[in-house]
Design a protein around this ligand. Structure first.
Ligand SMILES: Nc1ncnc2c1ncn2[C@@H]1O[C@H](COP(=O)(O)OP(=O)(O)OP(=O)(O)O)[C@@H](O)[C@H]1O
Length: 234
């Protein structure tokens, strides 16, 4: 039987002004599926991703990820769960400026023994895994490794952030507008790697983008649309 990756039931979320931002009666995603989520600016795509990552909790209703109900977990349990099971590609990349490029990519494997073990199994070592993924993303030049991550181009930072999310094959990858800063060639290379890595590791991919031309690469599509109560619904 197929395992469920994400279940949302009767979710309502607002930012404190009593106007619903999101109102989602039902949403389900199976393990290994890849969903493309779109919606107008301000419709709550990033808010939804933050809830799926356990960073924000809904007002009412529930979110279950890999059969874990976030509302019943302590903050420390949530941190551990995130580190072990979820890879994030953020809109603002969130690279750490005081770490080298390679250390940024390896970071999640330092926090999660599970991801570290999977990276070692796949690539021989965490560092070799980081280098292999960076090379596949077109970042193989040794000179780049010496650079401050803040001195990399936006597109390069986006790809470093993708390698960091993928390394150690987390079960869920959450990507918020990951191709927005890439040219067409880098975008296609990036998406091909992301999809093939998810396929290889059986990861579930939750991908938010404005770029509708990418939709056809995904097995599932969802759209945030205005709902009757004023918020947006999937
Ligand atoms: N920290 C916050 N405090 C209060 N309101 C917020 C906060 N973050 C987002 N919002 C509001 O929640 C709504 C949804 O924002 P969100 O960033 O999730 O939308 P989005 O669909 O990702 O937008 P975009 O496509 O422009 O990135 C917006 O009205 C936004 O102003």
């Amino acid at each position: 039987m197929k395992k469920v990756a994400v279940t949302i039931d009767d979710l309502v979320f607002n930012w404190g002004d009593h106007t619903p931002c999101l109102s989602i009666p039902k949403f389900e995603l199976y393990c290994g599926e890849k969903v493309f989520i779109k919606g107008p600016s301000g419709s709550g795509k990033s808010t939804l991703l933050n809830m799926l990552g356990g960073v924000l909790l809904p007002e009412t209703g529930g979110i279950r990820v890999l059969e874990h109900d976030y509302s019943t977990m302590w903050a420390s349990q949530l941190d551990r769960f995130r580190a072990d099971h979820i890879g994030f590609i953020f809109q603002q990349f969130n690279l750490l400026p005081f770490l080298s490029l390679l250390d940024n990519v390896c970071l999640p494997c330092r926090f999660s023994a599970k991801r570290r073990a999977r990276a070692i199994e796949e690539f021989g070592s965490v560092e070799q895994g980081a280098e292999a993924l960076l090379a596949r993303l077109g970042l193989a030049e040794a000179s780049l490794y010496q650079k401050d991550v803040a001195a990399l181009s936006v597109g390069q930072q986006q790809r470093v952030s993708a390698a960091r999310a993928i390394l150690g094959a987390p079960e869920i990858i959450i990507a918020d507008e990951p191709t927005s800063a890439l040219d067409t060639e880098s975008r296609d290379q990036f998406l091909a790697l992301l999809l093939s890595q998810c396929e290889l590791s059986g990861s579930t991919l939750i991908f938010v983008s404005h770029d509708s031309s990418l939709e056809h690469h995904f097995s599932q599509r969802a759209q945030l649309m205005p709902s009757a109560n004023g918020g947006y619904s999937l």
